[in-house]
Design a protein around this ligand. Sequence first.
Ligand code: AMP
Ligand code: ZN
Length: 468
Amino acid sequence: MKVYNTLTKRKEEFIPLEEGRVKMYVCGPTVYNLIHIGNARPMIVFDTVRRYMEHKGYEVNFVSNFTDVDDKIIKKAIEEGVSADEISKRYIEECKKDMKAMNVKPATKHPLATEEICGMLEMIEALIRKGYAYAVEDGTVYFRTKRFKEYGKLSHKNLEDLQAGHREIKVSGETKEDEFDFVLWKPKKEGEPYWDSPWCKGRPGWHIECSVMSKKYLGEQIDIHAGGEDLIFPHHENEIAQSEAANGKEFAKYWMHNGFLNIDNKKMSKSAGNFFTVRDIGEKYDLQILRFFMLSAHYRSPLNFSGELMEAAKNSLERIITAANNCRHLMKSAVDGTVTETEKQLLREAEKYTEQFDEAMDDDFNTADAVTAVFELVKFMNTNISAENSKAFLQALLDELIMLTDILGIVVDKKEEVLDEEIENLIAERQAARKEKNFKRADEIRDMLLSKGIILEDTREGVKWRRA
Ligand code: AMP
Ligand code: ZN
């Protein structure tokens, strides 16, 4: 299995630190709002990496944080007149709902920055002791960037070049020794959340959070550290500097970064109005389609989002689901007998699609080519299955399709699955029936939905539904 490593700018053979195990850390979102479809990309991409590794037999310890203390969270809390804690808790819950709807597996551990302050104080103290950090008069602690000789190795930036470009920039009142020094700890401002520390009452800088959470839950050395490409510099560069200076060991072996998601070929931006939350998309589409859309491109390529592309993804996904449904339908009346010689031959032939799939995924998780392999299997199924086939043969093909789509996190075996739209329509019909005092019909609809695992709740804000 080959992985493109941002650190070496090469595809490298994946060799875990410990046989059979993978330690992986993915930088999670800052929780001050509903997540947008850009944030969804690393979630979907690295969940797929994890699934493929698990499929290969690795035990994956997957850690992904929530940044729950940050200027944006504090700003939002002030705007709403509530605590920062209330904002972050609310949006963590909302984020988890979106993740579930996109079939992103919960991480082995989702640490929260605010619950790991103790570890941050320890790492900052260690950095000061080793001469890699210093506190200034107001209690701010900075990392002494130039002291870390390998600074710039991930982003392939040279400090001298950066310095030439930066010479003019001076922030007034800043007391750091050097313009490249970055904050590890900063004093609180009025109304902000804070913690006690040896330097001042304050809060951690963003970069130290990930260095500490990664160390606590995965150890000083990990296999994969990942996130969107905007995090390469300075976030990941700074994480490397902190962790390697504090621990005296290489931090992560492989650094993986997803490309950016654009909308209508433009950078996604709230102010320009081309901005979608995952929730926005979920109102129009099953979020499996968003997942499938994301995986139709290579994770390192920029990806353009548009209505047409989502429609195309919807149709493509439907083709796969239809093939699975056809197969299941034929199985209902198929003979029980054993697989015939001809069928055996066909099954051997069908194995090549799994090989093709694995080959694509082994090549730096090329999900675009892996999806092509799934389509070829679908085509093969559509041409080779009929009412004459044995149940075992149909089952074997269906199993192959499910195995491959499962790795991509796409569910095709939702037999009696009712779509959100169908549910909404039935709820509307039930409301109308109730208005006309046709309670029999209203109850009928409730029972029908219940039999499909949909529970209705009449609340003050109207009818709400959930899947059992
Ligand atoms: P943030 O909440 O901004 O720290 O972002 C959380 C994750 O989403 C990081 O890994 C970012 O790199 C990633 N991300 C943010 N915007 C985009 C985008 N437009 N396309 C792809 N990834 C993104
Ligand atoms: Zn991070």
